[in-house]
Ligand binder design. Structure first.
Ligand SMILES: Cc1cc2nc3c(=O)[nH]c(=O)nc-3n(C[C@H](O)[C@H](O)[C@H](O)COP(=O)(O)OP(=O)(O)OC[C@H]3O[C@@H](n4cnc5c(N)ncnc54)[C@H](O)[C@@H]3O)c2cc1C
Length: 413
């Protein structure tokens, strides 16, 4: 009898695993359960072209809605998966129905991390937002009016992308960041400084090494009017017409842990995307996976990883398990800059840059004589070579690496 696959989470990874299986000729039943109302869509443009108004909703979709019908994939949108009954292999969903499965894939992604301040209930505030889903952008867009004062809490990639869009749309933007520099967790000081300068040249202001102590609200109690910022023990107030909280995400692991699956900073999976129950797989942002590149377990929040991990799961379901050997990579867009990152820079012992101008820069992170990661800003040729250097682990000559006159490929020994 053909098997039935149920996928929880109709996002990048969930959509990808369902369609990949069909494209590879899998003939079993497929049901894709997702709480959002849109068919699977790409999240990266939410903080870029879609927020800027340059892309339509349909342009975000991974596949046109009709494709799921053609692929005989049952889409259960607007449906929350409540529980997994592992004893009888059924998924319990919000309308009370039970979906039997032979294999279950958890592609539940994550939710925006919330601001926790004593006495502040984010849900009661009409002009305080997070950005993770299409409906978040729908709610936010009417507030993106030139001249309005936006206080953006968090200077990570998503926060900076939103700052770039807001600045281009004429808002008055201040970014509050707890660390002493932007993107401190994921890049070196050279790239942090470069991006800070670019944003400042577009009028964005920064409050670095500063935390949010409180928010002030108007008499209705529903509108934020200001953000109290604490830096070196001194608290001052920023006026705000709207506030955006961009402080990262938390993986959606509740369903898995309630079902007794192993969870530790994500749903723990093996190299074939199998959880501690071999009939249940987990992929994408919600999964904690072994990484051949890192030599340890990692949980990655990136679209390329969601796609790659979906392919790993599809291979497992097809009975031809194949572990991923992918090197993590990620991209971002801010103003006219195209940022591409490969590898993980944590733990590097030195950073070498080349090609630094006001609009381009490549930064290579080395451990010993090997490039473990690179951040490339608007130098696409460098990125292709940087990827090869990181993936191959070939030793490099640091002097040649630093010399923009020498082709990058010739930096390898
Ligand atoms: C604003 C923004 C910008 C980004 N920009 C970039 C970028 O430039 N480059 C890049 O590489 N990555 C970027 N990312 C990250 C990238 O979008 C994610 O890594 C990717 O979407 C992960 O895919 P996923 O399928 O694992 O999770 P998601 O896309 O989060 O999908 C999970 C889905 O599951 C649903 N779900 C969860 N629990 C349940 C349940 N119990 N029942 C039903 N449905 C459920 C969720 O609502 C969601 O729809 C960005 C993310 C955001 C939010």
């Amino acid at each position: 009898m053909p098997e039935h696959l149920v996928v929880v989470g109709a996002g990048q990874a969930g959509g990808e695993v369902a369609t990949t299986l069909r494209q590879r000729g899998w003939s079993g039943g497929i049901t894709l359960v997702g709480d959002e109302l849109s068919p699977p869509y790409q999240r990266p443009p939410l903080s870029k072209g879609f927020l800027l108004g340059k892309l339509t909703r349909q342009q975000l979709y991974l596949k046109p809605a009709a494709t799921y019908e053609r692929f005989n994939i049952a889409l259960r949108l607007g449906t929350w998966a409540e529980a997994i009954d592992r004893a009888v292999k059924e998924l319990v969903v919000s309308d009370g129905s039970r979906l039997p499965y032979d294999r279950l894939v958890l592609a539940t992604g994550g939710r925006a991390r919330r601001l926790t301040l004593p006495g502040v209930d984010m849900d009661q505030l009409d002009n305080l937002f997070t950005l993770r889903r299409i409906d978040d952008v729908d709610a936010l867009r009417p507030h993106f009016v030139p001249g309005r004062k936006l206080v953006l809490i968090g200077g990570g990639y998503v926060g900076l992308e939103i700052a770039a869009v807001a600045a281009q749309l004429g808002l008055d933007v201040t970014v509050v960041e707890a660390a002493e520099r932007l993107l401190a967790r994921v890049t070196g000081p050279e790239v942090s400084g470069f991006l800070e300068d670019v944003h400042r040249s577009h009028g964005v202001r920064f409050r670095l090494a500063a935390t949010v102590a409180d928010v002030t609200v108007d008499a209705s109690g529903r509108r934020v009017t200001g953000v109290e910022v604490s830096a070196s023990g001194v608290v001052d107030r920023l006026d705000a017409d709207l506030v955006l909280v961009g402080i990262g995400m938390e993986p959606n692991t509740g369903l898995a842990s309630a079902a007794g699956l192993q969870v530790d900073n994500g749903i723990v999976v093996d190299e074939f995307a199998r959880t501690s129950d071999a009939d249940i797989l987990a992929i994408g942002d919600c999964a904690n996976q072994p990484s051949a590149y890192a030599g340890r377990r990692i949980r990655l929040e990136s679209a390329p990883n969601a796609i790659e991990h979906a392919k790993v799961a599809a291979a497992t379901i097809l009975g031809r398990p194949q572990a991923s050997t992918a090197t993590p990579w990620f991209w971002s867009e801010q103003y006219d800059l195209k940022l591409q990152m490969v590898g993980l820079s944590a733990g590097h012992d030195r950073c070498i840059t080349r090609g630094g101008t006001d609009t381009t820069l490549s930064a290579f992170y080395l451990t010993g004589d090997r490039v473990v990661a690179a951040d490339v800003i608007s130098r696409p040729g460098d990125f292709a070579t940087a990827r090869q250097l990181v993936t191959s682990g070939r030793p490099v000559d640091p002097e040649r690496l630093a010399d923009s006159e020498i082709p990058l490929a010739q930096a390898a020994l």
